[in-house]
Ligand binder design. Structure first.
Ligand code: DMJ
Length: 470
């Protein structure tokens, strides 16, 4: 039974036209151009030049620090303000490889070899962020270069995280660990952080021939699945010691989002039939109880996991990734429709806002953290369908983001996309190096170092299958 929500949709009148004539110096205009006339190699070169330029700024102002502040020409740390771990370097490794920026890649590997000391971090770090960014980035770097130090560092960091799983009475991981002291904290955790582990831990298990990492990650996923409701819905937040739900609203939005992604990915990467079954069961329930058609657009609302009652239409830009996951996992009609719904938001705003209410058509959080999800989904839908539409959408978003976010030293976040001109902040997040710059490049470049037919990219854009060494 499909739930319905008693809200009315506001008139959806954009202040911008959807696809008209966006242009950036030296590049052809956006999707208003006829597809087929696009010089994709020229576009790919532009993406590569932008990344290389930002890398130069990172080298100059932030080398070895976690993140570049491209407006002020400074740096910030992601995990521990007193102990940088070169996060942007680790996240960039795979992207540098695919772009053929081999000197920059060699510099990055050298930095990891000479300086990376994650065990020296003296702060409570999230298991999830540490895994997807550091373990994933290092594993991908290893697969791209064969440099053993990258694999060894990935394992060292995974060993710091592993007790969060093995010391839990339920198998659901504690949320945080202090790498210096080994102290574990956070007995309430959210599904994305419980469940976005198996791609990296499973790959590590395979590479080092030690199943403990895969087993711990799978046990955490099983512990969630076993606590699903009679409707086959799962909640948002759970006490990892008692196994009780502390937030029983079901959603595909964060902080659940990539929990679903990694059920599918665990099947895709390791052909584990349990994971496939769990993904199919839970996704069937999402489509039954959370999918909603509104003015011809497909969206997903929150629902009570026990009753299925609809709870609200506020969503997050991060959820746009789900269009690609649906497309990859056999729900192509829904995936394409969902991506179109997000594309329609660009009739109202130059960039996707962080928060959006699809009932009112208004931004609920006007920022834009330079996020990759809309392009991630376009990339995945393009890989699945080969439709030029998705390259065009990704290209349109490239032009929009470049026009709004490019500053002298690279690309930065925005604090308000509802203002004209867009108001900017001062940060290049680590995922910018790992995600959308890679998706854009691979979409446009026909890259000989990437296997377009058989590949796997993690939630953070780490390529864990499909690296061609040449
Ligand atoms: C990335 O760190 C990952 O994609 C994560 O799963 C959620 N989104 C951020 C970037 O927006």
């Amino acid at each position: 039974m499909r739930a319905s929500i008693p809200f009315t949709r506001r008139a959806f009148l954009g202040t911008l036209t959807a696809a008209g004539g966006l242009a950036v110096a030296g590049l052809p205009a956006g999707p208003a151009n006829a597809a087929g006339h696009r010089d994709w190699h020229r576009v790919a070169e532009d993406v590569r030049a932008e990344l290389r330029h930002a890398w130069g700024s990172y080298r100059r102002y932030a080398w070895g620090h976690d993140q570049l502040l491209p407006v002020s020409g400074g740096h910030s740390e992601f995990f521990d303000s007193a102990h940088p771990v070169g996060l942007s370097i680790v996240e960039a490794l795979g992207t540098l490889y695919f772009m053929g920026l081999d000197d920059e890649l060699a510099d990055g590997v050298r930095w990891v070899r000479d300086h990376l000391d994650f065990a020296g971090v003296d702060a409570d770090v999230q298991v999830f962020e540490t895994n997807i960014r550091m373990v994933g980035g290092l594993l991908s770097g290893y697969l791209c270069t064969g440099e053993r130090v990258l694999l060894d560092q990935a394992r060292t960091i995974a060993d710091i995280l592993l007790p969060c799983f093995t010391e839990s009475p339920t198998g659901l991981p504690y949320r945080r660990v202090n790498p210096s002291t080994g102290d574990i904290t956070g007995n309430v955790n959210v599904l994305a952080e419980v469940g976005t582990i198996i791609a990296e831990f499973g790959t590590l298990s395979r590479l080092v021939h030690d199943s403990r990492y895969f087993d711990a990650a799978k046990k955490a996923l099983r512990a969630v699945y076993d606590r699903r409701s009679g409707l086959d819905l799962v909640g948002t937040e759970i006490n990892i010691e008692t196994g009780e739900w502390t937030d029983s609203s079901a959603r595909v939005d964060p902080p659940v989002d990539s929990f679903f992604e990694y059920l599918w990915d665990g099947w895709d990467l390791f052909h584990d039939r349990d994971l496939r079954h769990w993904y199919d069961t839970l996704t069937g329930a999402v489509l039954r109880h959370e999918e909603e058609r509104l003015d011809g657009e497909l969206w997903f609302h929150r629902a009570d996991m026990t009753t299925g009652a609809a709870l609200g239409r506020e969503t997050s830009e991060l959820t746009s990734y789900y269009a690609g996951l649906l497309g990859q996992s056999g729900h192509l009609r829904e995936g394409e429709a969902y991506h179109s719904a997000w594309a329609s938001v660009l009739a109202s705003y130059p960039l996707l806002p962080e928060g959006y209410d699809y009932g009112t058509g208004k931004a609920t959080d006007p920022g834009n953290q330079l996020r990759p999800e809309y392009v991630d989904a376009a990339f995945n839908l393009w890989l699945v369908t080969g439709k030029e539409l998705y390259r065009e959408r990704a290209y349109d978003y490239y032009l929009r983001q470049k026009r709004a976010s490019r500053v002298a030293n690279g690309w930065t976040i925005a604090t308000d996309v509802t203002a004209s001109p867009v108001k900017l902040g001062d940060l290049t997040p680590g995922y910018w190096w790992a995600e959308q710059m890679k998706y854009w490049y691979l979409l446009f470049a026909d890259c000989p170092r990437f296997d377009y037919r058989n590949n796997y990219l993690s939630t953070e854009g780490a390529v864990l299958r499909g690296v061609v060494r040449r």
